[in-house]
Structure formats: structure tokens, C-alpha cells
Design a protein. Structure first.
Length: 565
């Protein structure tokens, strides 16, 4: 201690004269003030400083983000700019609506209920007419993700199960104990798959987005209980957009951390630097949606332990592959409850679990975390209201069908499907890397392959594949596309056909590397170059508007196929 004092003492002696000058100056300023004035000035000054601090640092969005939004909002209001934007938006909206409605035929849309209800046979006929509008045959394995199984036997099991439980609702567990039991069993089986002990717990949800929303809601409520006004989530830039949705809905701040451009993994050092007193959650993906890369969850878990911050693994995409990888003969780093610091995991049963769409699971390390996602209203005149998830009433039939899918597959079935899917993915990766001009991003260990090119516009490849009935997912920052491999891609010849056509198209594209891109590729390329992301937001909203538009062309007098006669 004496040694420390000897080192510090010269600096203290150096500072003391300046402190004395400050003291004298402050006393001189306050010498002519009454005590109440000093108190008032102090309070006002403190409030101003507090307001400035909150304005600069304690908001849902950073100061830079808010400035950019305000600037572009002002620019878009300028008459010359506003007129051009409005004109282009109207034109674009019409093109989208025509595109959406091109395949529905001359019958138009139903605008009113039929005067008399249809018979069962009439409904079947109409449903078949609607189904005939689908022009992409996903059963051939030409679609990225979307449909993960398609097994006709499993389809029959799910259909029969749904019919049996069509009117059930887990909101009434006393009335439907069968569905309550199934949901509890699904959650417990999933916790076991992710190496959770008996204290792990969770709930079913309607999908990966709701699982993520509930996790963020729970951690937000936990943080607010600790007095944090704007809880902050720290995530990789590649994390699912549902975390951004959660931050928007629940008034949280979200900070995106860059990834390593070579490995495509999150920069854990940058994540550590971003941690602050408002941080309520750290997130990693296993794997992330854009490039199929597993984030270093062990390192993120260590950060969580060191700073006493919960850590979430988003396993929505890999939820029913990761638990079976080892038994299928593939080695991957741990991402689950075996890692100290991991406090929650989201996993989708409706992807590689082969359950119907609308089912997922959110799991927690223990009930002390799960309780924060509950909503309980004790003062409602309608009685005490409580719901475990965002929804009140839920489809018990989805829960039952999910349970049936898991029982149908069993551990051996999932191991076998994992073996097929991962083997096919790695074969595709291996062959794509042999094609000149094609680059596979990172080292994909799971079922998703992202490809890019420094030789030509990769969206030209995507558009050309689309013409050959392949549907891939376009990505941005960097420009790339990905294929999410499902059981359908493991069918004989599908992977070889994909590689063959990528090779053929790429060879043609390499002949004219600088050619312009049309179609969806042009749209994505343009969107990435627009600095005003709110303008991109408006463009994308037109897609959503167009999908609900029914006022296209002349109204049909008799409705669809004469239903409104």
C-alpha cells in the first residue's frame, strides 16, 4: 500500500492546485446567491444533463440511426424528390399487383360471403381449383427450405391427427387434458434433446418468430425488474430478423455485431466491447439463416457468465438436426444447455422436426427465466386471465400433430434423416467449390449452403436457376444466395441435377462477367445500394400490400366460379 501511495502522490500534488482554483471560482460564483437559488440551479442543471444523456445514449435507436432517419425523411419531403418517389411507387405497386394476380385466372376474387353455404363436394371442387394455381412442384426438391419432408405416410398421420383434435384449445387445460399432456411432453422431449436437466422447461409456440419474441419479452421484463429502462439485446448481424421485430415491439434497443468476413461467425471480441449496463441478452445462432454458420456459442456463453448476462441460442433452423448430428456421424461444437451460461434455446419442430407449420419450442434453463414470459392479469372483471405465450386461444390440433410427427419419426428416424440431409449438403458444398467463379461462404456444418461470386453478379445465377424451376433465397450484405437442403433434396438425382445446372449456368455467365442483372436480382442489387433504408422499407411494404389486394381489374359479377350467384 505504501508503494502505491508513493507512486500516486506526485500526481495528487500536481492536481491539487487546480482543484483549489476550481473551489475558489465556484465559491465566488455562488457568493451572491441565496441557498434556494443554488438548489434550484443544481436541480435544473441535473435535469438538463440527465435529459441530454438519455437523448444521446438511452434510446431504442442510436443517435446516428435517428439522425439518418430524420435526414432522409426531410429529403423525401422536398417536392421534386417526393413527386418522383410517389410516381415510381405507384408504378411499382401496379406491377406487383399484376404479377400476384396473373395466375388466378378470369374468375377474380370473392368479395362477399356466398348467399347459401356450399356443400362438402362443392368446397372440395373449389379447393382443387385454388390448388391448381400452384405452379411450383416442391415435391421435386427444387425449392430452398419451405417444405422439409413431404413424406406421404407422415402426411396422412398428420391429417388424421389434425382432424381428431380440430376443436381443441390448450387455453382450457381442464377441458382438453390430452392436448395439455402432449404439449408438456413435447417440451420435455425437446429439453432432453438439448441436454437440459430436469429443471429445464419451456412452452410451445406458433413458430420460430414467436419463440424468439417470447425469449426477448422475458429478458426485457427481467431487466425492467432490475430498473433498466431500455434493455439492450446484443446480436450478430446475421441473427434472425425476429430479434429486430422483438426489439421493435417490446421497445428494446438492439445492437448488431459484425461477423468475420472469412468464417462468417460473429466477432466475439466486438460483442464483449458492446456490453454495457443495459445489456439484458447475448445471442448466437446454430446455425444462422443467411449462411448456415454456427456461431461460437461456448465463447458467448463465457461472456454471459463473466458479465452475468443471459445467453440465447437460436436453434430454430437447426433444432431437429443438431441433437442428432453426433449419432449420425457428424461432429459439431456444442451449442446447448451443456454450455455454462446458455439460459434459453429456440428450436422449430415445424422444420426438420417435420411437424405441421405453426409449431416451435422455446426452452429455458429453469423456471426463474420462463416466468418472465407469462402474462397474468389479476384485476380483469372477466376473471383472472393468464396466458403462457403471446396467443390466448391456440390450435390444439397443431400441438397434437407435432406430437404425432415426433412419435412417428422417433430418434432413429431423426438420426437417419439428419444423416441424409447433412451428407447431401456436404456433397453439394464439395462439388460447388469445384466450379470456377463460385464461392461457398464460410464452412457450413449444417444443412444450408450460401454461395457468392467475385466474378459476376450472383443474382444472375439465381435468376437463371429460377427459369429452370429452382427457387433459392437471395441474400444481401454480401450479395449471395443460399440453398436450404431438406429431405426432398436427398432424393435420387436431385443434388446432382442442381450441381449440373449451376455448373452450366455459371459457365455461360463467366463469358460475360459484367452483364447487367434483371428480375429479382436487379431488385436486390438496387436495394443494397439505397442508403435510405426507410425507402427500401416502403418498397418492401408494397409486396405485402399487393398480396392482400383484391381490387384488380373489372369486378366479377358472379364471384369465383359462380359461388355468389
Amino acid at each position: 500500500m505504501e508503494d502505491v501511495v508513493k507512486v500516486v502522490r506526485p500526481y495528487i500534488d500536481l492536481i491539487l492546485p487546480y482543484l483549489e482554483e476550481v473551489r475558489v471560482a465556484v465559491n465566488n460564483v455562488c457568493s451572491n446567491l441565496e441557498p434556494w437559488q443554488i438548489i434550484l440551479i443544481t436541480v435544473v442543471f441535473t435535469l438538463i444533463v440527465s435529459w441530454v444523456y438519455d437523448f444521446l445514449f438511452n434510446q431504442e435507436e442510436s443517435l446516428v440511426q435517428r439522425f439518418k432517419k430524420a435526414f432522409f425523411k426531410y429529403v423525401k419531403r422536398l417536392p421534386i424528390i417526393k413527386g418522383r418517389i410517389d410516381k415510381e411507387m405507384i408504378k411499382y405497386a401496379k406491377e406487383l399487383e399484376l404479377g400476384y394476380n396473373k395466375g388466378i385466372g378470369p374468375s377474380g376474387y370473392l368479395l362477399h360471403l356466398p348467399k347459401k353455404g356450399l356443400t362438402a363436394d362443392d368446397i372440395r371442387r373449389e379447393l382443387q381449383n385454388y390448388h391448381s394455381m400452384v405452379h411450383t412442384d416442391w415435391s421435386k426438391g427444387s425449392v430452398s427450405g419451405a417444405v422439409y419432408s413431404g413424406d406421404p405416410d407422415l402426411t396422412r398421420v398428420l391429417t388424421e391427427t389434425y382432424g381428431t383434435f380440430a376443436w381443441t384449445n390448450p387455453l382450457h387445460p381442464d377441458l382438453f387434458p390430452d392436448v395439455r399432456k402432449m404439449e408438456a411432453e413435447i417440451v420435455r422431449m425437446c429439453c432432453s434433446l438439448f441436454h437440459g436437466g430436469p429443471e429445464t422447461c419451456g412452452t410451445m409456440t406458433s413458430g420460430g418468430t414467436e419463440s424468439i419474441l417470447l425469449a426477448c419479452l422475458g429478458y426485457r421484463n427481467r431487466a425492467r425488474e432490475k430498473g433498466i429502462k431500455f434493455p439492450e439485446i446484443i446480436v450478430p448481424v446475421t441473427v434472425h430478423a425476429a430479434f429486430d421485430k422483438a426489439a421493435s415491439i417490446f421497445h428494446m434497443k438492439i445492437t448488431h455485431i459484425k461477423i468475420d468476413p472469412k468464417t462468417m461467425m460473429v466477432d466475439v471480441k466486438a460483442m464483449r466491447r458492446a456490453i454495457n449496463k443495459n445489456t439484458c441478452l447475448l445471442v448466437g445462432s446454430a446455425p444462422h439463416f443467411p449462411h448456415g454458420i454456427i456461431d461460437p456459442m461456448e465463447e458467448i456463453g463465457k461472456l454471459g457468465l463473466k458479465y452475468d448476462i443471459p445467453v440465447h441460442t437460436d436453434c430454430c433452423l437447426g433444432g431437429f438436426l443438431i441433437p442428432f448430428m453426433e449419432k449420425a456421424g457428424f461432429s459439431i461444437p456444442p451449442v446447448d444447455f451443456r454450455i455454462p451460461g446458455i439460459t434459453s434455446i429456440s428450436a422449430d419442430t415445424h422444420k426438420y422436426g417435420f411437424a405441421p407449420k405453426g409449431s416451435s419450442v422455446i426452452m429455458y434453463l429453469n423456471r426463474n427465466y420462463r416466468k418472465y414470459q407469462w402474462f397474468i392479469q389479476t384485476d380483469w372483471p372477466g376473471g383472472v386471465y393468464a396466458s403462457p405465450t403471446l396467443a390466448g386461444s391456440r390450435a390444439g390440433a397443431i400441438i397434437a400433430a407435432c406430437w404425432a410427427a415426433m412419435m412417428y419419426m422417433g430418434e432413429d428416424g431423426y438420426v437417419e434423416s439428419t444423416k441424409k440431409i447433412i451428407s447431401t449438403t456436404r456433397y453439394i458444398v464439395q462439388e460447388l467449390r469445384k466450379i470456377p467463379g463460385i464461392e461457398v461462404l464460410g464452412e457450413p456444418l449444417m444443412s444450408l449452403v450460401a454461395i457468392s461470386s467475385t466474378s459476376f453478379n450472383i443474382f444472375r445465377l439465381s435468376d437463371a436457376l429460377s427459369e429452370r424451376k429452382w427457387m433459392l433465397n437471395p441474400l444481401q450484405f454480401p450479395s449471395s444466395v443460399h440453398l436450404c437442403v431438406t429431405l426432398l433434396h436427398t432424393k435420387q438425382g436431385v443434388a446432382d441435377r442442381f450441381i449440373k445446372e449451376v455448373r452450366e449456368i455459371t459457365a455461360e455467365l463467366m463469358k460475360d462477367k459484367d452483364a447487367k442483372c434483371d428480375g429479382m436480382g436487379a431488385i436486390y442489387g438496387m436495394a443494397q445500394r439505397i442508403p435510405d433504408r426507410s425507402l427500401v422499407h416502403e418498397i418492401v411494404s408494397l409486396f405485402l400490400d399487393a398480396s392482400y389486394n383484391t381490387n384488380v381489374g373489372e369486378p366479377v359479377k358472379n364471384g369465383v366460379n359462380g359461388i355468389n350467384k
